[in-house]
Design a protein around this ligand. Sequence first.
Ligand code: FAE
Length: 539
Amino acid sequence: MSDTTPSLRVSRRGFIAGTGSIVGLGLLGRTGASAAPAPAPIANGARVPVLVIGTGYGGSVAALRLAQAGVDVHMVEMGMTWDTPGSDGKIFSGMTAPDYRAYWLRTRTKQPISNFLGFPIDRDVPKYTGILDAEDFGGILVYQGRGVGGGSLVNGGMAVTPKRSRFSAILPSVNADEMYNVYYPRANSGLGVNEIDRAWFDTTDCYQYARVGRKHAQRSGFEFVYVPNVYDFNYMKQEAANAVPRSALNTEILYGNNYGKKSLQKTYLAQAKATGRVAISAQHRVTSVSPASGGGYTVAIEQIDTTGAVVANKTVTAARVFFAAGSVGTSKLLVKLRATGALPNLNGEVGKGWGDNGNVMVGRANHLWDPTGSLQSSMPTGGIDNWDAGGAFAEVAPLPTGIETYASFYLSITNTPHRAEFSWNSSAGRVDLNWQTAWKQSSIGMAKSIFDKINSKEGTIYRTDLFGTYKVWGDHLTYHPLGGAVLNKATDNYGRLQGYPGLYAIDGSLIPGNTSVNPFVTITALAERNIEKIIATDL
Ligand code: FAE
């Protein structure tokens, strides 16, 4: 995210054009406008060969590979470009004091850990097209990244390839040999995945919490696995040595990492832009896709400002459209378009098979002789694998408060059987999700297969102060929405949407609800597989 890239100039101009808020104007006043000419965002009436909705993992893979095959691509992203520093000189809000940049169109923060020592920690923020969306479906809060780079802007960078023995349960119709020989390696390389230096892990202060997590896991007989990441561990070492500005060691994660993390803007999207064939319109939201009379598809787009207000309505025509708006974004669009008659031939599988990857969070209170450290790297590097015996893989997560908490904190991914369905609510004019809060009980049971045992072995207890007053489990949310346009059901075995040649789904919506580990490497690898086939046969 260098200040000198062309994309900065593009976005700053888009930002100027789009902004109607005082916050935005104040920002610009301090940073100054670029004199360089900038490509305009997509024009009303434009015709493009390929339009990609969303700039997360699936969309970025599609854009890069299509461009490399000689196809011009236009990407449309509802979030901001995130390449312009605010008045504090930083692009992203810090974690401990979330500001206007932190949340997507909320007036109060919605922090995943809502309480500390029992006290609520959410705060008022100005309504702004911030980076983290906490989308409330009644039964479940779904966290998603908003901006050019999608979830890669806000996630923990954990880049996990699932164990091969579990793959057939994740994507039963996909050839595992091809995935493990070709597409997982291609995805890991494209994402810039790296591994922590174990000797450093064993000594650095910032992973004391993870070493405590490892010790407790192993003493209870669980397997502790090291997890690769897209955060640059060499940069992190320099942070620890105070040689560079801190990001992972400055608690940054949920609202963006100002340094160190190889988000998609630095990997797939940088490569895509370098082809000269990929343009991105940020602060543009797709609202409809329908067959165009002369062939191809008519795409309706709203341009929004930083308050979320619509400042322009555009209609463009695309020969092909890739839905890469994320599991929730793609599912919501497709379910609405089928129900409202824009794409009536989408099949009955659209909207089904949605899962939360079995996410539940929990904290444990350690003894005073087992501190987890006041300095904690915000990038997790290890997990406890009890999938086969108990149905849970628990990431040993940081609790980076800047003070010693004596807490161990975990995000578990569990083998939940529950799948929800999106449906169109015509009276409210929105898409609903029939998730049941009680469904999290099975995930809690699987997570307890690990933590009850550790607590009993260590003589420790659960924290009750992190998710409310006397509430042990963070069972109200997911970071890993998956499904809604499941591969080989709503689409063919390569993401072609049934009933509409030239329409594709290519994101987390293809994966039926669970990946047994953190999902973005699988989303990326599947997109690599599907786009290769689509380029070879459809274009
Ligand atoms: P995604 O990355 O969500 O991109 C979709 C994009 O489409 C977004 O930028 C949207 O703003 C945009 N969009 C949506 N609707 C529209 C529309 N109508 N018009 C235009 N644009 C639209 O999709 N996964 C891991 O593997 N490891 C981790 O450590 C990890 N940590 C996470 C931490 C947090 C806080 C969160 C929220 C997620 C985390 N994840 C992690 C999940 C991961 O980021 C997620 O699975 C992927 O980002 C999903 O990739 P997609 O390509 O499906």
